[in-house]
Design a protein around this ligand. Structure first.
Ligand SMILES: [Zn+2]
Length: 64
């Protein structure tokens, strides 16, 4: 099975590759990937290759 292009994500905090990825679509239709590190529990968003801190995307999702 072919894997998504985001395969191989490593944690931006601890550098481990034990990152859980959850694809989500924001209320405005933006597709994002919620990433959560299994090792250090860091959490962030990835949108089209750009990473956002969880706090940074609240503005996008918080209006619903
Ligand atoms: Zn980590």
């Amino acid at each position: 099975m072919k894997k998504a292009s985001i395969d191989g994500l490593v944690c931006t905090s601890c550098g481990q590759s034990s990152v859980i990825e959850i694809e989500m679509t924001l209320p405005d239709g933006t597709e994002v990937v919620f990433c959560s590190c299994h090792v250090c529990e860091a959490r962030w968003w990835n949108r089209e290759g750009e990473t956002f801190e969880v706090d940074g995307i609240i503005d996008l999702v918080g209006e619903g």
